[in-house]
Design a protein around this ligand. Structure first.
Ligand code: HEM
Length: 96
């Protein structure tokens, strides 16, 4: 995980690369895709795409875990359900 990013925003921006790297060794894996659609101090809007449904609470929990891992505190919400994607809103304060 250390190679994927040194802070929350860059880690999330590199999530697709991480999954592609892992997926290269796993034929048949169905990988998610994450796009940062906006980035402000303490706030990220991230679009999640998948060909699976029903994983949004799982993703929410993973984002929550990432906030903790990067020493921040915060909150994750589903901002919008779109036809083929879900927008997550992360609000956080750095731990220092
Ligand atoms: C070291 C970190 C991680 C590794 C090694 C990893 C690896 C993987 C692998 C191998 C799969 C494919 C499973 C399959 O198709 O059988 C997968 C799926 C998935 N990963 Fe990760 N992952 C990591 C971190 C994350 C994080 C931080 C998130 C979200 C914030 C995430 C979200 C997901 C989701 C939602 C899926 C299910 C596939 C889908 O949505 O269609 N992963 N991951």
């Amino acid at each position: 995980m250390n190679f994927t990013g040194q802070d929350l925003a860059s880690f999330i921006e590199n999530l697709d690369r991480l999954h592609l790297a892992v997926g290269a060794a796993m034929p048949g894996a169905r990988l998610p895709s994450f796009t940062t659609i906006s980035k402000a101090p303490g706030q990220l809007m991230v679009e999640y795409r998948s060909d699976r449904t029903g994983l949004e609470q799982f993703v929410l929990g993973l984002f929550d875990g990432l906030i903790t891992r990067f020493g921040a505190t915060g909150d994750v919400q589903i901002a919008e359900h779109k036809a083929d994607s879900i927008i997550f809103e992360l609000q956080y304060q750095d731990g220092s």
